[in-house]
Design a protein around this ligand. Sequence first.
Ligand code: FAD
Length: 469
Amino acid sequence: MTDSLIAEITTLLGPAGVITDAADMAPYLAEERGLYHGRARLVARPADTAQVAAVVAWCAERKIGIVPQGGNTGLCGGAAPDESGEQILLSLSRLNRIRAIDPVNFTMAVEAGVVLQTIQTAAEDAGCLFPLSLAAEGSCQIGGNIATNAGGTGVLRYGNARDLVLGLEAVLPDGQVWDGMRLLRKDNTGYDLKHLFIGSEGTLGIITAAVLKLYPRPLDIQTAFCALTELDAVLALLSRARAATGDQVTALELVPAIGLDLARRHMPGITDPFDQPYPWYVLIELSTSRADAGLRDSLETLLGEAVEAGEVMDAVIAGSIEQRRALWRIRESIPEAQKREGASIKHDVSVPTASVPAFIAAAGTAVAAAYPGVRIVPFGHVGDGNIHFNLQVPVDADGPAFLGEWERLNRVVHDIVASMNGSISAEHGIGQLKRGELARYKAPLELELMRRIKSAFDPAGLMNPGKIL
Ligand SMILES: Cc1cc2nc3c(=O)[nH]c(=O)nc-3n(C[C@H](O)[C@H](O)[C@H](O)COP(=O)(O)OP(=O)(O)OC[C@H]3O[C@@H](n4cnc5c(N)ncnc54)[C@H](O)[C@@H]3O)c2cc1C
């Protein structure tokens, strides 16, 4: 890009809206797992929707590709530009205003660059709950959450990001602004266009604002960490808990013995809640907006019955907010603990919830045969059928050589996922990382329909080129 083009863009956005210095651009180009090393001619930081539209129209005229970026916490290379150095990275960080909160309508209108945790806090201050919750919530942005249809820990009760959006505003690839900021829970007026943008990973347009669904704020939250010997018991425990509590189970997270081991070894302050090891653990959380619902009693009763039935071997119930945080920290430390332990190959997959134990058994056997000594770390949102089926390099084996097996081991795991009618990307999306796998596992007709949608919105292919398709 010539100096004159940079000058034009600076005229559109002002000096605060353009970064061209290599050192200042570096954090935008560094991606979470270090798998992609893209380059960009500049980072555009528009301050509002009108400026986003102006940059996009300017790029459309000149056929310049745009890579939208939120908090840059995505795990599939979706927010990383390619290596050509020709693309513009467009950061939404300055679109960080909460436009309105309506505790009667239970809605909040926000700009795309608001950090998820800021939204959670604002909802809480208004006596409400915004239930999307994930370990990256301190830095990911709502626009990125919507663009990836983020999942996280509350899906079992509240659904994915897709289920939490009532309206959207988006800048289309030609620079037009689509105002779909509806506050409606019922609107059957033809194709629901917002759902095309949700989960589109920036390939159809740039989300600039959204109307989010709020819920009553929970007044009682009860959390327990349970020890199991059989993985099948997870399903019995989930059914038991849903029935016994009037469906107040908010989260059900799986932790394998190796996950707890790694967390204890690498993460300061993590301790084993039990005095002996067990093969599996489950974190279960119940919540209600009634202060007098007797949730603690319900939890104690149902865990007592689960112990009697042989589903649960032992359990601890958090007695304070600090204890609750400590239990969640075990689960949330696993990815970082895996990083500190060495190389690992990731799978973010889902199967129907009832098939989770069979999937983990089948994939575990297949992977152990394909790479003897591999350490299998299956953890995650088991209550909604989503398993992070991660593979840790064998002890004393060569990390880079192990990572060289990424595609081969993906194939072993994904073939089993496909045979169980599962998904090769449960919540992280496709980005660049899983483009090949998508082409392999998605039905040709579905891929063809996706391509037609892409070309209807973005015929010149300028919106996040090379992602998903
Ligand atoms: C520690 C950790 C834990 C995580 N846990 C979870 C989890 O439990 N569940 C889960 O689903 N994900 C999880 N993630 C992945 C990640 O946080 C989510 O995918 C998140 O939704 C990405 O948001 P972001 O703002 O960081 O988006 P980015 O990483 O900046 O972008 C992601 C994709 O969305 C596009 N995009 C971003 N903003 C916009 C916009 N405004 N308009 C159009 N396109 C846009 C980008 O081009 C890119 O394709 C985790 C990540 C980390 C690092």
